[in-house]
Design a protein around this ligand. Sequence first.
Ligand code: MLT
Length: 410
Amino acid sequence: MATINANFLKLKAGYLFPEIARRVRAYSEANPAQASRIIRCGIGDVTEPLPAAAVEAMRAGVEELGRRETFKGYGPEQGYEFLRQAIVEHQFAGLGISADEVFISDGSKCDTGNILDIFGQGNIIAITDPVYPVYVDTNVMAGNTGDADAKGTYAGLLYLPCHPANGFVAAVPNEHADLIYLCFPNNPTGAVASRAQLEAWVAYAREHDAILLFDAAYEAFIQDPAIPHSIFEIEGAHECAIEFRSFSKNGGFTGVRCGYVIIPKSVTGSDGMGGRVPLNQLWSRRHSTKFNGASYPVQKAAAAIFSEAGKAQVAGLIDHYMGNAKLLREACTAAGLSVFGGVDAPYVWVACPAGLSSWDMFDKMLSEAQVVITPGSGFGSAGEGFFRISAFNSRSNVEEVCRRLLALLG
Ligand code: MLT
């Protein structure tokens, strides 16, 4: 008899975004006349076409694969040197990162989940609340938690609540943690961490011999020049941090799939017997066994993001989405709501009108305005009473969302 991984039975009914899609489908079937009016600002999925430089490079990559003289089979599991090198030069110049500390993948969602493969059991895991649900669910699947309570809070995780009073940036805890997930700019709250706040986290990690799992998927949206884009801008991070990056949101690669992980060779973990093992080695070994590399045309397209033309096209995309975020912030403020985020991040985080829970607000926006938002409680119990609006949309859709928001609440 094949038994199952019983940890999966601890998971809440459905992953947040499929659950939202299910509710939207049910509404559309019950209200066919309204279905075509629905505007989706729930999942943070890009809407604008790929940068032309990436399309051109991907096309050239496919052409190469179609000719005997330039055909390629399996590539290096860790990624092609040309892309690893381009990342170092264009994203980590002067930060002491080398190409063999960059691991190319098919996206950050997979990386932030898969990273648990290289860590042992019994680690104390700290996560912020609200949080990107992947961090929690993958720890549940890996057996790093107990059961969830009625609010969906899992026994065994150290939750770090984020709220307006701390600017949605968790302070270092008094308790010990071994692995800490940080995401800046933050999904879902749109908060960013200052240099001083990141320095405090690096100091904590070094004092506790802990590892920071730093998700910087949204770094390209930072507008404030004082905000660090990488944890490796902080002294000491090369001994205690792993960083996750993605081409999804800056390059519009959500459907193309490409991301990367930075693991400096100086980051080590305990073997439980008094020895230390470089995590870079373990991740490389894991990649070789479980992954055959992102596809060649995709890596060509990713490298083209760093060409002069690619950089200008990406800057245009960022401006577009941040322009949307500004409009959404203004509309929510004009509607009398308390608004957070959306300044250095493509997510606007909003307090629900008095008396409405996150899912009440989701239902109200869907049934009365045909706008899909994300209920804050889907990101953790501290997200209750908030909702998230994604700025990833066309300008005309965002303008229409603003009109409907004001008509509904203004
Ligand atoms: C989100 O909406 O939170 C993101 O699209 C999720 C993701 O990038 O996986």
